[in-house]
Design a protein around this ligand. Structure first.
Ligand code: NDP
Length: 246
């Protein structure tokens, strides 16, 4: 927990489950106000009610938002007010298959969400940060952006793109006090993982190979840590693995 985050306005995309939901819980604990975005508004509303019971003094707004739709992202962002911290977390993987078997639809969905969606939200929020000469953008990448693996070509490429975009943004904001960070998780057990294995827990166990995966909370703790550093400190990149993953 960091008092530096108290009263800050934190926008989290993909806050309806997994890492994003865990981030919402940890920023709420730190006293931040929350702007929670995802497509499943009912999930966000339930999360909001739960958090307000525990943290009645923070402000929470929820937004039904598909990050792939640029105009909707822009229109929604115009209602956000000042965003102090943006956690670009929304992302997915579908159809882990050999390159020659990947459908156009799966490819488009991953690129449109993981890459273009992150850009859409950043484009909508960064000008406000520039105008105030402050803010922090934290992109959730993946170890998959650094280590490609079989049957994961497009997902890995999408996360490699996140790494490239993050580095470019570092240069593009160098003349400002805006911070740009990337947190790259290894295996995290979330809804993502169950979807990844089509709900087949036996298959998931085979892939995990006895490795105890991280939880969303493990990553959220890192996100809050990174956001809570003093203004002159930027954790540009962080790789977070389960202990037995390499
Ligand atoms: P979850 O599936 O639990 O969460 C993904 C979140 O992204 C959901 O809240 C979902 O909300 C949101 N989302 C998906 N598509 C869209 C969209 N088009 N517009 C808005 N929101 C969207 O998975 P994780 O928590 O694991 O994933 C979070 C991030 O972490 C992703 O970027 C993922 O790539 C990354 N990551 C995950 C790892 C893992 O092993 N789990 C490892 C490394 C990185 P909704 O469906 O309501 O829109």
């Amino acid at each position: 927990m960091s008092s530096r985050l108290h009263g800050k306005n934190v926008l989290i995309t993909g806050a309806s489950s997994g890492i994003g939901e865990a981030c919402a819980r940890h920023f709420a604990q730190a006293g931040s106000n929350l702007l929670l975005a995802a497509r499943r508004k009912d999930r966000l509303e339930n999360l909001k009610q739960d958090l307000l019971k525990k943290h009645p003094h923070i402000q929470i707004s929820t937004f039904e938002l598909d990050v792939r739709v640029r105009d909707k992202v822009r229109a929604t962002a115009s209602t956000f007010g000042d965003v102090d911290v943006l956690v670009n977390n929304a992302g997915l993987v579908i159809g882990l298959e050999k390159l020659e078997d990947i459908s156009e639809d799966a490819m488009d969905t991953m690129i449109d969400t993981n890459v273009k969606g992150l850009v859409h939200v950043t484009q909508a929020v960064l000008p406000g940060m520039r105008a105030r000469n402050k803010g922090h953008i934290i992109n959730i990448g993946s170890v998959a952006g650094q280590q490609s693996y079989g049957n994961g070509s497009i997902y890995c490429a999408s996360k490699a793109a996140v790494a490239s975009i993050t580095k470019a943004l570092l240069f593009e904001t160098m003349d400002t006090d805006i911070r740009i960070s990337e947190i790259n998780p290894g295996m995290v057990e979330t809804e993502f993982s169950v979807v990844r294995f089509k709900g087949d827990h036996g298959k998931a166990d085979a892939v995990y190979q006895g490795i105890e995966p991280l939880t969303g909370h493990d990553i959220a703790e890192m996100v809050v840590f990174v956001a809570g550093r003093p203004a002159h400190v930027n954790v540009a990149e962080m790789l977070v693995f389960p202990t037995h993953q390499a």
